[in-house]
Design a protein around this ligand. Sequence first.
Ligand SMILES: Nc1nc2c(c(=O)[nH]1)N[C@H]1C(S)=C(S)[C@@H](COP(=O)(O)OP(=O)(O)OC[C@H]3O[C@@H](n4cnc5c(=O)[nH]c(N)nc54)[C@H](O)[C@@H]3O)O[C@H]1N2
Ligand SMILES: Nc1nc2c(c(=O)[nH]1)N[C@H]1C(S)=C(S)[C@@H](COP(=O)(O)OP(=O)(O)OC[C@H]3O[C@@H](n4cnc5c(=O)[nH]c(N)nc54)[C@H](O)[C@@H]3O)O[C@H]1N2
Ligand code: SF4
Ligand SMILES: [Mo]
Length: 726
Amino acid sequence: MKTALRTCPLCEAVCGLTLTLDDDNHITSVKGDRDDPFSKGFICPKGASFGHLDEDPDRLSAPLIRRGDEWVTVSWDEAFAAVAAGLGKVIAEHGRKSLALYVGNPNAHTVAGALYNTPLIRALGTRNIFSASTADQMPKHVSSGLMFGDPVAIPVPDLDRTDYLLMLGANPLESNGSLCTAPDFPGRLKAIRKRGGKVVVVDPRLTRTAKLADEHIFVKPGTDAYLLFAIVHTLFTEGLTAVDVESNGLDEVRSAATPFTPEAVAARTGVPADVIVRIAHELAAAPTAAVYARIGTCTAEFGTLAQWLVDVINVLTGNLDRPGGVMFANPAAPGPRRTRAFTTGRWTSRARQLPEAFGELPVATLADELETPGDGQVRGLVTVAGNPVLSAPSGPRIGAALSNVEFMVSVDRYLNETTEHANVILPPPPSTQSSHYDFALLGFAVRNYARYSPPMLPLGDRPSEAEILARLSMIAAGQDGDPMLLDEMIIDQTLRAAVGAKGSGVEGREVGDLRADLQGNSGVELRLDMMLRLGPYGEWSGGGNLSLQTLLDNPHGLDLGPLESQLPGRLLTESGKVELAPAKMLDDVTRLRESLERAPADIVLIGRRQLRSNNSWMHNVSTLVGGSNKCTLQINPFDMERLGLTDSATIKSAAGELIVPLEPTDTIMPGVVSLPHGWGHSGSTQRVAAAHAGVNANALTDDAVVDVPSGNAVFNGVPVTVSPVG
Ligand SMILES: Nc1nc2c(c(=O)[nH]1)N[C@H]1C(S)=C(S)[C@@H](COP(=O)(O)OP(=O)(O)OC[C@H]3O[C@@H](n4cnc5c(=O)[nH]c(N)nc54)[C@H](O)[C@@H]3O)O[C@H]1N2
Ligand SMILES: Nc1nc2c(c(=O)[nH]1)N[C@H]1C(S)=C(S)[C@@H](COP(=O)(O)OP(=O)(O)OC[C@H]3O[C@@H](n4cnc5c(=O)[nH]c(N)nc54)[C@H](O)[C@@H]3O)O[C@H]1N2
Ligand code: SF4
Ligand SMILES: [Mo]
């Protein structure tokens, strides 16, 4: 028996885990790590299944090549040779603009995704870059980019010190939090109430989070931007503003808010005008307050406007960048600082001319790019940790269109609804054999914190996921070779930039000397060591003594203290001030105003998350499926009755039609139905998942509809009809 410590890679809460292994290296128990200063022993059912996920017998352990209808297991050399030949042929015949990349959600949870996707994108040399971000948080990147100049400058609610939390479209009791890294989110919410604070939840469903809150407000799906604008309106008209950051655009925001009186939006949002006015007063009166909005408000028709208005309110109430309000984390290993001012639309997609945002095209136009013939049609596709057939809007259309692709390679743990279309599948090793550091998520943490997990078990003769992606990059660049060459090149470039930067802490030093100081057993460790040393607590920046060795010496993780004010230094706007009224936001207000006149649909569809689920890929572990974790359509009994429904129903949208089992519950508003995404595993070779198949919610979501400024997919507020089967 031995124990090992690891960060859980299964959601954004980054909990510390303590694993026990037997003599054959099987995981025999998983517990929360009580000595982790951030998660303090918290664990959820998914974390507890870490061992089952790693040891799932249906998980791929060797590369696969498709020959006709058959999958053949091959050596790593054969697999990489097939990729070189396949991509090479597409590039030779159709050019690099016919290549595309899709990177999925787990890239936010792997060191490989954090460190090697950028080189892969460069090496592919195409603008067809798609990711789960445009089915998720792209509206927040765009609003932060426009307001703060930096798309990753996303302020998080200071959960541990706030007196008042207004939370919209988030259900952290199931999701464990998102764009707000906070292990034991439930405990932190309870603590707000215990210290006399107030928690208000805005959601079309009475969720577990709403039940824990002081107040729950039902809101009609897709209408958060109206509600938030009416709060802004009230703050101005009742003299409740208290801006204390340097900003531009206050008058423009005031006049943009004019039409959105509480009375004008009450019917549309379903929130009475007096409630809106009261919430505005409470936000202004609270000693500190934070407005936090997540996926329910992002994947909506006015997703970016809603994200913008959230931070407008945080500024208007004096809560941006102050303890107890919303604050910016100061991560220990930040990425390179951006130098150019943020903008969107630097290029557009080929078929629908949708604007680029944050270097990506909307996944809502992936099917178009696969289907539409002509110069630049996607002929070669790389997917890394993604399952767009289940997760992207109009997913089944993507599945069908993948047959047009001449060569597809997928880096994935499983043969699934997307990777079954690949020519080659390259499986990463289990988490126990991988390094872990949360490069992305620690930038959104509610305390500054760092923890590194080295591989617990040796890799054997398979490559790490980092090496797989590095090798893919080199193949795409036409320079297949030792992946370490790529790391050395990146280290060299980074150190050169650092010694050349004025006041960098290593200004004028020799690159060779710095390189010689770096420690690590892999390219990942060397790069982590470099980033930590150059980072704000690092021994090279003069901010502290942090390095890889410090983290190895502190395997339970290091608390780096509560969040601290970061303005104006964190801003990358040209003015050096917070831009309260970016032109792209004011332009989109017209669309919002026009929509207020439109008659809403009788029934609209929204999604939901389930505690023991994770998007499309955790349905193959028997302890996680079944019970409450089922693919059902939640519907209010009032609607069941009115529509003459019994056990199941036909649900129809502009994009498709499904037959779904019904789950009557008065926790959902009348006129709203909810179907979780990520299901639809009928016929899967993942045996447990196939037995709990469910249906693909994204057969109903429509990729023709996007949030205009960000191109983000719209999953919430989808007009549908629900009728008896047959
Ligand atoms: N209708 C509807 N659709 C939605 C949403 C919604 O709310 N409603 N939510 C959206 C959101 S927020 C997101 S993030 C997307 C997610 O969309 P995707 O990222 O496309 O989907 P996932 O289901 O997360 O797929 C993850 C894939 O990665 C593989 N995988 C897991 N771990 C690893 C690993 O360590 N390495 C590698 N290489 N592969 C791994 C899994 O086998 C799986 O194939 O879905 C979106 N889709
Ligand atoms: N257990 C589990 N955890 C997860 C995931 C998972 O699949 N399962 N997925 C992970 C991922 S990829 C992400 S992005 C995060 C997301 O984390 P969260 O944002 O917390 O996601 P949800 O739990 O889906 O909560 C969204 C809530 O929005 C509500 N909602 C729907 N439409 C609207 C609307 O128009 N307005 C408002 N105000 N509310 C609305 C829904 O009813 C739901 O309760 O969770 C992550 N964690
Ligand atoms: S809350 Fe998230 S990070 Fe924590 S144990 Fe559960 S899945 Fe893992
Ligand atoms: Mo997500």
